[in-house]
Ligand binder design. Structure first.
Ligand code: NI
Length: 172
């Protein structure tokens, strides 16, 4: 279990399209564990592998930790197989987009398929925060950040803020 550094935007690696995991091996399980540790260390509720620089279609999400218990779920090769027409708006943030939060509208309910850490195929129907979180993390696998869903003006303001923050950090 290792806490790995999380990439922050703007970073071309975050725009990479991740590739499917062929077989769920111990190496993948270690990746899931490292992702969970990295997520907890950064106070996040979800993380995609590309955020620690690994372009594999792997996510980890834990929405229960606020109650003091840790229950990270790994989603390998997740795919949306159905999405509701009804939408929901949540204020989103991202460990790779520090200090920025904004409303994003997405399908309110989704059905998805994924492999669990034992390589077993699972189907999940999600709504509420879990539906939003899964869609946000799955976007990362396609190189998409939540700020890409904002208006052009809001996105360019966000990118400017992120670029400035990164420069300050580099010269500090
Ligand atoms: Ni994110």
């Amino acid at each position: 279990m290792t806490v790995r550094p999380i990439l922050t935007a703007p970073d071309p690696r975050l725009q990479a399209v991740s590739t499917d995991v062929e077989t769920v091996t111990d190496e993948i399980r270690t990746l899931v564990d490292d992702m969970a540790d990295s997520m907890y260390a950064a106070d996040g509720i979800g993380l995609a592998a590309i955020q620690i620089g690994v372009a594999s279609r792997v996510l980890v999400i834990d929405l229960d930790q606020k109650e003091g218990k840790k229950n990270p779920i790994g989603y390998i090769n997740p795919k949306i197989i159905w999405a509701s027409e009804e939408t929901a708006v949540f204020e989103e943030g991202c460990l790779s987009v520090p200090e920025i939060w904004d409303d994003v509208e997405r399908p309110a309910r989704i059905k998805c398929e994924y492999l669990d850490r034992d390589g077993k195929k699972q189907t999940l129907e999600a709504d509420g925060l879990l539906a939003t979180c899964l869609q946000h993390e799955m976007d990362h696998l396609n190189g998409v950040l939540f700020i890409d869903h904002l208006s052009r003006l809001k996105k360019s303001m966000a990118v400017r803020k992120l670029t400035k923050a990164k420069k300050l950090k580099e010269t500090a």
